[in-house]
Ligand binder design. Structure first.
Ligand SMILES: [Ca+2]
Length: 520
């Protein structure tokens, strides 16, 4: 933001109070969970012992980087023992995967993060366990064993488990049992929404419910994490029992509050807003899947005309259900193609996407590596590739558990090189994070859409009792003009600008792919 702002000498009105802006930058007004949370896939983040797999000690060595970036929370993808690289099939809910370290290491991580004012949110995969979990191994032995009822079973004669015929696109037919899986020497089949290796847990069993509460309290109380990201939250009861799902999470939240009244819970309910909404009573923060897609679409089409009204519509709907809800916004997470790939490598568009995310309302989540423009398209492993910290010969913490296909030394400039380059994507991210963290209006303010005719401009007001900001994004490559109609003629001060901008005759001329924020 210290970049010189070129203002043409014939501009009639433009005031830029650089001193005030710098003072503002230093003061952080956001308070987590309304600040920025950074999602880490531990496996790909930082390796401390040279085995090529990311680990907890590696992450500790990068906490200063995250603090400097301006994040106030970290969401860690699953870290429990598990046979897969992604670890969404948990073998033991009370331990840490040995590749990642020990419980003691993790307690130390939490302590180190807290010392830097960074909260820690753990991924909780409670819809299903892994099939290597001791509970499931026990359950397979005998129907009389306690753990049998931790899972969802149906007799082989039950109509719901009978195979159905499905026809593929090429016309071939095959018989499948959707989501029901057989067990050797048993008359019973088990239910697994996400596939054979992830048997669903039976939330109709009170003993299982108590076990799940015990798991949550263990991580909150004994380990000290600040909250959970709930995986597959809408599937713990079958989809047709949505009300049971809503109620369960309300109960879960109440119970977690008994050990940490400030517990933070964010849920994955990957569905349109009308299905997501009713979960808000039990899960106070929910990921806004719709907005991430809308932002990417807007920057790709260079058309911001419906983005703000759409955001406002979703926000109003959620607020009706829970006025204190936290809108967990994001561009991508570990389940979406990376932004830079979605905008076909156009870094100007990636920049506009993050500018939109960080100036619209919400509690934004950033996915690791997006800040250096990592590339990646599905399958999943390729959107979870190792982050590049330094040029290869110097990069002692880079992980190498997978050979990257997209984010390589020839496609990506590593973190440290970008930190040193004033105009890098990483420093652009930092400037917008700083801008947001220092602004009451951008962090907490309400959103007021502005009706204006130019679809290349995305224009809105962010307002709270302390300040009112007129935010103007030009999503196109060419200069665009925003007319300061009578309502906005008081907005004559430049609060933030990242390329050339002029205000002249009540018109703001916004350079291509840039952002101008004005205040009174
Ligand atoms: Ca390691």
């Amino acid at each position: 933001m210290k970049k010189a702002i070129k203002i043409s000498i014939y501009s009639l009105t433009i005031l830029l109070s650089v001193g005030a802006l710098e003072a503002q930058e230093k003061q952080n007004v956001s308070k987590w969970p309304r600040g920025i949370t950074y999602e880490i896939f531990v496996q790909s983040f930082a390796d401390s012992n040279g085995d090529g797999i990311g680990d907890i000690k590696g992450m500790i060595s990068k906490l200063d980087y995250l603090q400097d970036l301006g994040v106030e929370g970290i969401w860690l993808m699953p870290m429990n023992p598990s046979p897969t690289y992604h670890k969404y099939d948990v073998s033991d809910y009370y331990d840490i995967h040995p590749d990642y370290g020990t419980l003691a290491d993790f307690k130390n991580f939490v302590k180190e993060a807290h010392e830097r004012n960074i909260k820690v949110v753990m991924d909780m995969v409670l819809n299903h366990s892994g099939n290597k979990n001791q509970w499931f191994k026990e359950a397979l032995k005998d129907e009389s064993i306690k753990y049998w009822d931790y899972y969802v079973w149906a007799h082989k004669d039950d109509p719901k488990v009978q195979p159905v015929t499905i026809t593929a696109a090429d016309g071939t037919q095959r018989r499948v049992r959707s989501n029901w899986y057989t067990v050797p020497n048993s008359d019973y089949l088990y239910f697994a929404h996400f596939g054979r290796n992830m048997p669903d847990l039976n939330f109709d069993n009170p003993k299982l419910q108590q076990e799940v509460l015990k798991i949550g309290k263990f991580w909150l109380k004994d380990v000290g994490v600040d909250g959970f990201r709930l995986d597959a939250a809408r599937h713990v009861f079958p989809d047709e029992r949505a009300t049971d799902n809503h109620k369960w999470w309300e109960y879960f939240l109440q119970e977690m509050k008994t050990v940490n009244k400030d517990v933070y819970i964010v849920g994955e309910v990957w569905a349109p807003a009308d299905i997501v909404g009713p979960y808000l009573k039990g899960i106070p923060a929910l990921f806004n899947f719709d907005m991430g897609e809308e932002i990417i679409k807007a920057v790709n089409e260079e058309n911001g005309s419906t983005l703000v009204s759409k955001h406002k519509e979703i926000e109003d709907f959620y607020k009706k259900i829970n006025p204190d809800y936290i809108d967990a916004t994001f561009l991508t997470n570990h389940d979406q193609d990376r932004v830079m790939s979605s905008v076909k490598g156009n870094s100007e568009k990636e920049k506009m996407a993050i500018a939109l995310l960080l100036t619209l309302p919400g509690s934004p989540y950033l996915y690791y590596g997006e800040e250096i423009g990592m590339l990646g398209q599905k399958p999943d492993q390729n959107i979870r590739e190792p982050i590049l910290w330094d040029i290869k010969e110097n990069d002692k913490t880079r992980t190498f558990w997978i050979k990257p296909r997209y984010s390589t030394d020839s496609t990506i400039i590593p973190v440290y090189q970008q930190l040193a380059e004033k105009n890098s994507l990483l420093n652009y991210y930092k400037s917008f994070i700083k801008l947001r963290n220092s602004s009451y209006a951008l962090t907490y303010g309400s959103l007021i859409p502005i009706d204006q005719a130019n679809p290349r401009i995305c224009a809105f007001l962010r307002t709270d009792e302390k300040e009112s900001l007129l935010v103007l994004h030009n999503l196109s490559s060419k200069n665009q003009i925003f007319k300061l109609q009578s309502d906005f003629q008081d907005f004559t001060k430049t609060y933030f600008v990242n390329k050339d901008a002029q205000i002249k005759n009540n018109q703001v001329i916004i350079s291509g792919y840039s952002t101008v924020i004005l205040n009174k």
